[in-house]
Design a protein around this ligand. Structure first.
Ligand SMILES: CC(=O)N[C@H]1[C@@H](OP(=O)(O)OP(=O)(O)OC[C@H]2O[C@@H](n3ccc(=O)[nH]c3=O)[C@H](O)[C@@H]2O)O[C@H](CO)[C@H](O)[C@@H]1O
Ligand SMILES: [Mn+2]
Length: 291
């Protein structure tokens, strides 16, 4: 980081005591109050990484693009180089948003779908192909995100690592791993035995080094293809495969539920800020099929 930078002296004794801020494999578990944004930004600015955000807006989900990008410009990796890769079947519905310097939008066309499950799983296929053909030469870090989200507070370089995953807000306090909604049928590639598991991660926000993300996205794609051949679809689609992978290949950073909350859940004591909030949506209205 740069010489002469002014910031509060870090303490050995003081810090968050209401939550655990380290995993049992010694990876940071990131909460507000566990990092100094000035120090973090200065460290990462030196590398000036190119950050890719991969989002899908297929069918009626294009309505979420405007708020996602506009709030992203306010809170996501401010002052860093960001490209939003928008995968859509309605190019004409991608809004024109004024972006800060060093930031841009790239539109990629994907087919429409009749089942939402095909869209959420299809993300793994199209992202694998796009990283291979294009993004690999344009980015250092990649994030995969749901589009039905708005940024509300800093989502910055403290989230960067080789592989960073976010605790699902609905399960981060679940005491018993048997209650995680992992895939429990041994016939599926995403199967996790009842007595295994660390955390339950959301598939709505995850990121890391381009090559590590490529490996994981491709893994989810390939596992779901095997499932398809065996006529089975994992309980929570790519989220189930993601959780299986992260159990046996531990993430290098775990981001607290601050990184993905939602508009309709009560905020808990330990969540001091909400960085992304999922928008309340009418599933029946936006999805092409119901179940
Ligand atoms: C908070 C959380 O854990 N979210 C997960 C949950 O999300 P959700 O219930 O929030 O799923 P969702 O409807 O937002 O779908 C996931 C994403 O796929 C895209 N999309 C989906 C349908 C469609 O017709 N068009 C379209 O573009 C869009 O980017 C959307 O944000 O379950 C999904 C599949 O089981 C994914 O695992 C999500 O990551
Ligand atoms: Mn969503």
């Amino acid at each position: 980081m740069e010489k002469g930078l002014k910031y509060d002296k870090p303490s050995v004794m003081k810090g968050r005591t209401d939550v655990n801020s380290i995993t049992n494999w010694n990876a940071p578990l990131v909460w507000e109050g566990t990092f100094d944004p000035v120090v973090i930004d200065s460290i990462y600015k030196k590398m000036d990484p190119r950050i890719a955000v991969i989002v899908f807006a297929v069918g009626k989900y294009t309505r979420f693009l405007k708020a996602f990008i506009e709030t992203g410009e306010k809170y996501f990796m401010v002052d860093f180089r960001v490209t939003y890769y928008i995968f859509t079947d309605h190019e004409d519905e991608v809004p024109k948003v004024q972006l800060a310097a060093g930031r841009k939008i790239t539109i990629l066309t994907v087919p429409s779908a009749t089942r939402w499950q095909d869209v959420v799983l299809g993300r793994m296929k199209w992202a694998t192909i796009a990283i291979d053909q294009q993004i690999r030469s344009e980015a250092d870090y990649v994030f995969m995100m749901d589009i039905d989200s708005t940024f509300r507070y800093r989502f910055g370089a403290e989230s960067l690592s080789r592989l960073s995953a976010v605790l699902h807000r609905g399960y981060y306090k679940t005491p018993d791993r048997a209650n995680f909604p992992y895939e429990r049928r041994p016939q599926s590639q995403a199967y996790i035995p009842i007595d295994e598991g660390d955390y339950y991660y959301t598939a709505a926000v995850w990121g890391g080094y381009l090559e590590d993300m490529y490996t994981l996205v491709k893994y989810c794609y390939e596992q779901s293809k095997i499932d398809e051949k065996n006529n089975i679809e994992a309980a929570w689609q790519e989220e189930s495969h993601l959780n299986k992978y992260l159990l046996y290949n531990k993430p290098t950073k775990v981001l607290s539920a601050e990184y993905l909350w939602c508009d309709y859940d009560r905020i808990t004591e330990d969540v001091k800020v909400i960085r992304i909030s999922q928008i309340a949506k009418n599933y029946a209205e936006v999805r092409p099929n119901w179940n």
